[in-house]
Design a protein around this ligand. Structure first.
Ligand SMILES: Nc1ncnc2c1ncn2[C@@H]1O[C@H](COP(=O)(O)OP(=O)(O)O)[C@@H](O)[C@H]1O
Ligand SMILES: [Mg+2]
Length: 235
């Protein structure tokens, strides 16, 4: 299987004392990979390092074979890395359609497509529909949504940038069982559509349903890697 992302000996030390990640190395192939582990294990730090909002203390990140350590976050997004945040980051005062249209604009720039406002909104509507957000909500302000809906909107916005790899950080936390099921269905359909996922997740049901590979982080180190169909554990 073709490698999409390679993490080589990544370490992160905050404030010269807090070792958040220590020599983490792994490869992920096209597909769905889950990262799990207790709070403080370094999962979000790892996502921030991959998406470029935090600089690693040492190590290398290769995306589709290219070293991307020096890339700014927007350049990583342009290269095909999308992400959602543990705490949703949205344009609160803007409508759902406008939030997603901003993502569509980024994706359009990537393929140098000309866009007018109608076509941006049309595409934004199609993505919201795909994600399962009802049309009567398209024009309301993002801040009016529930936490679960904000998380789905964030996913829609990230999908709009046309990523090859999507990083999702605890997207199901705070969701009801029904919402998590819906999320799982959306992830599956996005994967069928061609998007690979690296998901930080605590919900084992969701992990077992979706992930082909599970990486367990603990105190900044990988303590286990397993693949679907494995009876044994180990790297
Ligand atoms: N910006 C920061 N400054 C200092 N320490 C941080 C910062 N972000 C995270 N940490 C610390 O790094 C460790 C890993 O945190 P984090 O990556 O958020 O873990 P997880 O997402 O697995 O809960 C924790 O000890 C946390 O307190
Ligand atoms: Mg976290």
């Amino acid at each position: 299987m073709k490698t999409i992302l390679e993490i080589k000996n990544i370490s992160k030390i905050y404030d010269k004392t807090v070792v958040a990640l220590s020599n983490v190395s792994f490869k992920i192939e096209y597909g769905i990979t889950a990262i799990t582990g207790p709070n403080g294990a370094g999962k979000t730090t790892l996502f921030n390092i991959i998406s470029g909002t935090v600089k690693a203390s040492s190590g290398e990140i290769r995306f589709l074979g290219k070293r991307i350590n020096g890339y700014q976050p927007h350049k990583r997004c342009m290269a095909g890395i999308g992400r959602t945040f543990q705490i949703p980051r949205l344009f609160d005062e803007n409508s759902l359609l406008e939030n997603v249209a901003i993502g569509v604009m980024t994706g359009a720039k990537k393929i140098k497509e000309n866009m007018n406002i109608d076509s941006l909104k049309k595409q934004a509507g199609e993505i919201l529909n795909f994600i399962g957000i009802k049309e009567n909500k398209y024009e309301i302000k993002a801040k009016k949504l529930t936490l679960a809906e904000q998380k789905m909107l964030q996913l829609a916005t990230a999908v709009a940038t046309k990523p090859k790899l999507m990083l999702i950080d605890e997207l199901s936390s705070g969701m009801t069982f029904q919402d998590a099921l819906r999320l799982s269905d959306v992830i599956k359909r996005l994967y069928d559509y061609g998007i690979s996922f690296l998901m930080v997740e605590h919900n084992m049901e969701l992990i077992n349903k979706l992930a082909e590979k599970i990486i367990v982080l603990h105190e900044g180190q990988i303590v286990n890697v397993s693949e679907k169909g494995d009876n044994e554990t180990g790297k």
